[in-house]
Design a protein around this ligand. Structure first.
Ligand code: SF4
Ligand code: SF4
Length: 220
């Protein structure tokens, strides 16, 4: 029948209009900024740099520049340090002396996150970043980009827990490898073989200290 679709649509509108007085879920308008809808786990905006405990010493980034090379619009700028500092596993690593991201150019593609081998760069959820100035204010420096692992856990709890587990596993594997290498490098004590050291006809007990040879006793 002609007009059935319109009637069905009006019925849905009427149900939601009347229902919104009784069920809060039917209210689709959110009074932003007083009210906010929680963002989903996978929501992403612009990249941030993750640090453990200390924003300087704990920065996970080792300035390998892979993200800078892979970023499609080339909005990452890194200068590698001249010296090294220990990373989360105690291994000396370079760090970024300069790490800038121009978020006026960034297209939130997350490629930098995908290619980073050190779990050092992740996507933020902060979207309230409007500025009056067009250029310099949107060029984020290392200090503004650096966020703690706790912050990362707050914005992406599931992903951050997986990353922590992977890092702990990698640290444990590296520690086990180090221990195995140290054990292999240790010289093995030589145990004398009683069958080759004892003189023919002697009554030595296996494992006992071998007796002095007859040639050494005749010399003295
Ligand atoms: S999200 Fe994409 S565009 Fe933005 S910095 Fe990362 S790689 Fe570049
Ligand atoms: S964020 Fe990751 S990929 Fe980029 S320079 Fe740092 S360690 Fe390398």
């Amino acid at each position: 029948m002609i007009g059935t679709g319109i009637l069905k649509g009006m019925a849905v509108t009427a149900r939601n209009f009347v229902g919104s007085y009784f069920e809060k879920e039917r209210l689709i308008t959110v009074q932003y900024p007083e009210e906010r809808i929680p963002l989903p786990e996978n929501y992403r905006n612009f990249p941030i740099l993750i640090y453990d405990n200390d924003p300087q010493a704990g920065l996970r980034c080792v300035a390998c520049k892979i993200c800078e090379k892979e970023c499609p619009p080339q909005c990452i700028y890194i200068i590698k340090s001249d010296d090294k500092k220990p990373d989360y596993m105690g291994k000396p690593q370079f760090y970024p002396k300069v790490f800038d991201i121009d978020i006026s150019v960034c297209m939130s593609c997350q490629i930098c996150v995908e290619v980073c081998p050190f779990e050092a760069i992740k996507m933020d959820k902060d979207f309230e970043l409007s500025k009056r100035e067009r250029f310099d204010a949107l060029l984020l420096r290392k200090e503004e980009l650096s966020k703690s692992n706790e912050y990362y856990h707050r914005i992406h709890p599931v992903e951050a827990a997986t990353v922590d587990a992977n890092l702990a596993e990698a640290a444990a594997a590296a520690e086990a490898k180090k221990k195995a290498a140290a054990a292999a490098a240790k010289p093995t004590p030589v145990t004398p073989n009683p069958t080759t050291t004892s003189a023919p006809g002697s009554t030595s007990v296996p494992g006992a200290t071998p007796p002095e040879s007859s040639s050494s006793s005749t010399k003295s």
